[in-house]
Design a protein around this ligand. Structure first.
Ligand code: 5GP
Ligand code: MG
Length: 187
């Protein structure tokens, strides 16, 4: 349990991921050029940690980095209700331009909760950069703040995926690629 042998199929390889991350970073660096520094990049813990680490190293503008945590999933694969912020920012974001960095947007509940939270804290704008998007599963249409933009790395089919930061029961986060977990591993 927790190893490569549990992966049914690889969806995006390490090389494909790093190519796409470089494109996103370059797009963000262009879009935010001339904005008051620093842009605050907020990673949603824990799933976004590798994506966050990779993308900030390729953004060519001054950035501040912080983490936030929202809880709604247990150790399983289905959402268990309304998300809430369980670990808040350290940085004061009032009057700042914020980019929320997520691993995957599924129903949209987590994102919607986090965006409202950052808006209440006075962010000038809230953009979202998610590594994966599952638009077919959306239940809540989140609204960005101010001139916020939406960036996504890849559109994800309706599989439960792991790797590149994403887990099942806290395992598989360290796989350098994204794959579909063999169904028999999901108990
Ligand atoms: P949402 O609130 O949009 O339904 O769920 C967002 C969170 O659920 C994501 O940030 C992620 O942590 C988790 N999630 C959704 N789909 C998947 C998936 O396919 N694999 C994994 N590992 N987590 C997922
Ligand atoms: Mg997440």
């Amino acid at each position: 349990m927790g190893s490569e042998a549990d992966i049914e199929r690889v969806l995006w390889t390490e090389e494909e991921i790093s190519g796409r991350v470089a494109e996103l970073a370059s797009q963000i660096s262009d879009d935010f050029k001339g904005f008051p520094a620093p842009i605050v990049v907020v990673g949603v813990a824990t799933g976004a940690f590798l994506f966050l680490a990779d993308i900030v190293r390729k953004i060519t503008l001054p950035v501040a980095v912080d983490f936030i945590r929202a809880e709604s999933y247990g150790s399983g694969t289905e959402s268990s209700g309304v998300p809430r912020v369980s670990c808040d920012l350290k940085i004061d974001i009032s009057g700042k331009h914020v980019i929320l960095v997520e691993d995957i947007v599924d129903t949209g509940n987590t994102l919607s909760c986090l965006i409202s939270h950052l808006q209440r804290k006075g962010a000038s704008s809230v953009s979202v950069c998610t590594f994966l998007d599952k638009p077919a599963r959306r239940q809540v249409q989140f609204k960005l703040v101010g001139e916020g933009k939406f960036y996504w790395g890849f559109e994800c089919p309706e599989y439960f995926v792991v790797g590149y930061g994403m887990d099942y029961a806290e395992l598989y986060r360290n796989l350098p690629y994204v794959g579909v977990l063999r169904p028999e591993m999901r108990k």
